[in-house]
Design a protein around this ligand. Structure first.
Ligand SMILES: [Zn+2]
Ligand SMILES: [Zn+2]
Length: 250
C-alpha cells in the first residue's frame, strides 16, 4: 500500500497544509480518506481529478468533508467527456443531505447521487476495491469512524477524530502504520470524547504495539513538536509528524 498525505492540518488549514485528506493506493485502486478544506486542490498534485475509485468520510465535520462540494462540481459539470459516473462514497448516516445542504444550490436534491454512490457506514468489516477494511465508531461529538485498511498482509489504521476510546485500540492493535490524530496538548486541553493529545496517541500506539506512529490533525495553534515529544515519551517505536506531500510505502 502507498499512503500519501494530501492534507493534515487539524480543524482549519494552515499555511503549509490543507485539512484532513489521505490517499491510499494499491493494485491501481485509489481510495481517498476524507476531503477537508483545501484538499481538492492538493489532491491534484498527486493524481488526476477523476482518478479516484472510492472515498471514505470519517465524519461530517467540515474539516473532513467540505471539499466534496467542489468535487461535486468537478464531476457533475465536467467539461470534457460529460458528467462523470458514480464512485462509492462511504460516510455516516446523512452524508448526502449534509453535502447537499452545504452546497446549497444543487439542481435538485438528488443531484449529488448522480456522481456519488453514497453508502452508509456502520461498524464492521467489508471490502473497498482490493482493500479489506474494518470500521469502528470512535469517540467524537458527532457520528465518527476510525478505519483499519489491510492489503497484502500489511495494514494502515486511521483514527479519524476521536478522544480516548477502546474502539481505537481495537483498530490499531498490531497495525503497521498508525495515522493518529493529536489535536490537543498534554496538560493543557483535557476535553473527553473530542480529541487526543500527543501523549494519548503515543499511549495507544504503545498499547497496540504498532509499527510506526504518524501524528496528524494538529491545528495551526498547537505546538506540533511538543505533541511529538509527548508521544515519544511513552512510545518507543518510530514516531513522526505528518506533513502535506509525505509518502509512505506500507
Ligand atoms: Zn477534524
Ligand atoms: Zn471532527
Amino acid at each position: 500500500m502507498k499512503l500519501t498525505v494530501v492534507g493534515c492540518s487539524g480543524s482549519f488549514p494552515s499555511a503549509e497544509s490543507a485539512c484532513s485528506s489521505y490517499l491510499v493506493e494499491a493494485d491501481g485502486f485509489r481510495l481517498l480518506l476524507d476531503m477537508g478544506n483545501g484538499a481538492l486542490g492538493e489532491l491534484q498534485r498527486h493524481c488526476g481529478l477523476y482518478d479516484l475509485d472510492a472515498i471514505f468520510l470519517s465524519h461530517l465535520h467540515a474539516d473532513h468533508c467540505i471539499d466534496m462540494c467542489g468535487y461535486f462540481v468537478a464531476r457533475f459539470y465536467r467539461h470534457e467527456g460529460g458528467r462523470c459516473g458514480t464512485i462509492p462514497v462511504y460516510g455516516p448516516e446523512g452524508t448526502e443531505r449534509r453535502l447537499t445542504t452545504a452546497y446549497d444550490d444543487v439542481p435538485d436534491e438528488r443531484s449529488m447521487s448522480e456522481v456519488f454512490d453514497f453508502r452508509t457506514l456502520k461498524t464492521g468489516s467489508f471490502e473497498i476495491g482490493p482493500f479489506q477494511v474494518r470500521t469502528e465508531r470512535v469517540s467524537h461529538p458527532v457520528e465518527a469512524y476510525g478505519i483499519r485498511i489491510e492489503h497484502g498482509g500489511r495494514s494502515l489504521t486511521y483514527s479519524g477524530d476521536t478522544g480516548v476510546c477502546a474502539e481505537l485500540g481495537l483498530l490499531a492493535g498490531g497495525t503497521d502504520l498508525f495515522l493518529c490524530e493529536a489535536s490537543f496538548t498534554h496538560g493543557k486541553e483535557d476535553i473527553p470524547d473530542l480529541h487526543l493529545n500527543g501523549r494519548e496517541a503515543g499511549e495507544c500506539a504503545r498499547a497496540g504495539n504498532v509499527g510506526r506512529l504518524v501524528l496528524t490533525h494538529i491545528p495551526p495553534w498547537t505546538d506540533a513538536e511538543q505533541n511529538l515529544a509527548d508521544a515519544r515519551a511513552v512510545y518507543d517505536g518510530p514516531a513522526e509528524l505528518a506533513y502535506a506531500g509525505a509518502v509512505y510505502e506500507i
